[in-house]
Design a protein around this ligand. Structure first.
Ligand SMILES: NC(=O)c1ccc[n+]([C@@H]2O[C@H](COP(=O)([O-])OP(=O)(O)OC[C@H]3O[C@@H](n4cnc5c(N)ncnc54)[C@H](O)[C@@H]3O)[C@@H](O)[C@H]2O)c1
Ligand SMILES: O=P(O)(O)OC[C@@H](O)[C@@H](O)[C@H](O)[C@H](O)CO
Length: 256
């Protein structure tokens, strides 16, 4: 979610008196942050034991913190979070979801199995190329560094020491098809920049066919697909109103 801490403040605020609010204004910061570390679903006897990947990135919007003298180790403090949170969401999360939905399409159950398949890997690379071109055009990231960032993400998905279920990464497909989420937003923006977004549309077509009977949103999505036209489903779920884009997605679903 972009703007998660601001969202929390908006929810807390109605419960605060004017005095509380003065105190919060002076002493309590709600800085938005980008948190990146893959944590698979897991169960251990000790509920506080958690297996995670070695990689981590934690970036905090410094303009909203109230105690600027406090600096946590391994946290990056930035004055503009937008480039970094978009880089994370549209690379790590778009790439992760691409691996999950493409993997599910080809019958895999874990991210590791899926990314070992050349077809899934090629789809992942094509999608990260499209979001990478957009991020570079929009935020002026250096191309060689961005290419390293992409390669690191692919290596993270291949990590043989963690097993991440496709059902976790592909969870809540209706949320993931949201207007400002990891597929529709880069598609809209790539179109505005005159950049390619075909591989992203390929994945949207696969998400519309994603069927996990244990995932409430997947069940609801598949019910919608049975009851409505594909154009109606896409408009309702993605909030896209642009007829050309909606038609492109409908066409992909027909041909996939
Ligand atoms: N797992 C990861 O790899 C990872 C990495 C970085 C960031 N995140 C983010 O962290 C957040 C949590 O992810 P997760 O993987 O731990 O999910 P999760 O589904 O394992 O855990 C979410 C927890 O929140 C609880 N919950 C859900 N709705 C609630 C509500 N309305 N009120 C109170 N509790 C509620 C659920 O019962 C569950 O225990 C998400 O925003 C995710 O994007 C996850
Ligand atoms: O949490 P979601 O459902 O938005 O996305 C699933 C995963 O892609 C996500 O949890 C990643 O593992 C995480 O964002 C990595 O930092």
């Amino acid at each position: 979610m972009i703007g998660g801490s601001q969202f929390l403040l908006d929810k807390v605020q109605p419960f605060l008196s004017a005095d509380d609010m003065d105190y919060v204004d002076s002493y309590v910061g709600f800085p938005n942050a980008a948190v990146d570390r893959i944590v698979p679903i897991q169960q251990h006897e000790d509920p506080l034991f958690v297996s995670v990947e070695p990689f981590s990135e934690w970036l905090v919007d410094d303009t909203q913190s109230k105690a600027k003298q406090i600096r946590l180790n391994n946290v990056g403090y930035v004055s503009d979070l937008a480039p970094y949170i978009e880089r994370k969401l549209f690379s790590v999360n778009t790439g992760h979801a691409t691996t999950a939905y493409t993997g599910a399409f080809y019958g895999y159950t874990t991210i590791g199995e899926a990314v070992a398949d050349r077809k899934v890997l090629d789809q992942l690379k094509a999608v990260l190329q499209e979001t990478g071109d957009l991020l570079i055009a929009k935020w002026q990231f250096e191309r060689p560094q961005h290419e390293q960032y992409i390669q690191k993400i692919i290596d993270r998905f291949k990590n043989p020491y963690i097993s991440d279920d496709i059902t976790r990464v592909a969870r809540t497909p209706i949320r993931k098809l949201g207007y400002d989420e990891r597929f529709i937003r880069p598609i809209r923006e790539a179109k505005d920049y005159g950049l390619s977004y075909e591989a992203l549309v390929d994945v949207v077509a696969m998400i519309l066919q994603y069927d996990d009977p244990k995932d409430e949103e997947s069940v609801r999505l598949q019910e919608m697909v049975k009851e409505k036209t594909m154009t109606e489903v896409i408009q309702e779920v993605t909030n896209l109103s642009e007829p050309t884009l909606v038609a492109q997605i409908v066409e992909k679903v027909r041909n996939s």
